[in-house]
Design a protein around this ligand. Structure first.
Ligand SMILES: NC(=O)c1ccc[n+]([C@@H]2O[C@H](COP(=O)([O-])OP(=O)(O)OC[C@H]3O[C@@H](n4cnc5c(N)ncnc54)[C@H](O)[C@@H]3O)[C@@H](O)[C@H]2O)c1
Length: 270
């Protein structure tokens, strides 16, 4: 039997990136906890497949093709939310693409585009959701950051790291602005979690997996399903006094000094 504090019964959640990976698993987790869902993704057939899975759980689910880097599309999507659901209790800001390149060569316009995808898109989603939640006097916003927004990943990830750091600070600012009016704003910082892109990369360059695992004391990469627990905690009343938090979901990565080794580490000699 689950604890009632974790229930999302009667609540409406919006999740971006809901066609695959952590967005899909977050949405399914919310539905399993009782929520109805508006599912956003650029991949409409994928979001529709998630909607079908959620309907099989007995919850309402609508898929809407939305590019979260396009402010007009976000506004249109929230109009649909008003028509179809009439409220919003939870938003999971998961989707958004980075781009890699050497900082000395990358055109500034490319860095701007990553900010458009990851920062301005998430802010527009927070603003649309926040306005409605403030009127209701209650709501929970969950932004996706990354361990790459906390310290440096290197390997050409500068625009991604800059953007994710901005998402973490946006989360703190919004949490401070809205806390007294009932709206909580937190973010989750995943380390490397399996997805189709990573699987393809490991297939062509197997050493990538060991390199990533070398930074993770749990000695493995994350599974997309592992987002469910932290996401349901932050979405539900179980976290009613928690706001402004950046929660690592990283197998211990951020806790470890970069030069550290640990039992089981590929770099430890014994
Ligand atoms: N997987 C990781 O290792 C990891 C680590 C830290 C942070 N993150 C972040 O978490 C998020 C999800 O990662 P994942 O591994 O579940 O990815 P994934 O590739 O499995 O899924 C991403 C989903 O987002 C959708 N999407 C991409 N751009 C979009 C856009 N502009 N508008 C709407 N939808 C869009 C894709 O169609 C896809 O369904 C990403 O933002 C990623 O940066 C991932």
């Amino acid at each position: 039997m689950s604890h009632p504090l974790f229930s999302l019964e009667g609540r409406v959640a919006v999740v971006s990136g809901a066609a695959s990976g952590m967005g899909r698993q977050m949405a399914i987790g919310f539905a399993e906890a009782g929520a109805d869902l508006l599912l956003l993704d650029i991949n409409l057939p994928g979001a529709e497949a998630t909607a079908s899975d959620i309907e099989r759980l007995g919850r309402k689910a609508i898929a809407k093709q939305t590019d979260v880097s396009d402010l007009e599309q976000i506004r249109e999507t929230f109009k649909l939310l008003d028509q179809e659901f009439g409220r919003i209790d939870v938003i999971g800001n998961v989707a958004g693409e980075g781009e890699t390149g050497a900082p000395e060569e990358m055109p500034v316009e490319q860095v701007q585009q990553v900010f458009q995808n990851l920062v301005f898109g998430r802010f527009a989603m927070c603003q649309e959701a926040g306005r409605r939640m403030l009127k209701q006097g209650k709501g929970s916003i969950i932004n996706f950051g990354s361990i790459g927004g906390w310290n440096s990943l290197g390997r050409g990830h500068m625009p991604y790291g800059m953007s994710m750091a901005a998402v973490i600070q946006m989360t703190r600012e919004l949490s401070t602005e809205w806390a007294a009016r009932g709206v909580r704003v937190n973010c989750i910082l995943p380390a490397q979690v399996w997805n189709d892109g990573l699987r393809a990369r490991v297939k062509t360059t197997p050493e990538v997996q060991d390199t990533f695992v070398g930074g993770i004391p749990m000695n493995r990469l994350g599974e997309p399903e592992e987002i469910k627990g932290p996401a349901i905690f932050l979405a539900s009343d179980a976290s009613s006094f928690v706001t402004g938090m950046a929660l690592p979901m990283d197998g211990g990565n951020l806790a470890m000094n970069a030069g550290g080794t640990y039992l089981g580490s590929p770099r430890a000699s014994g």
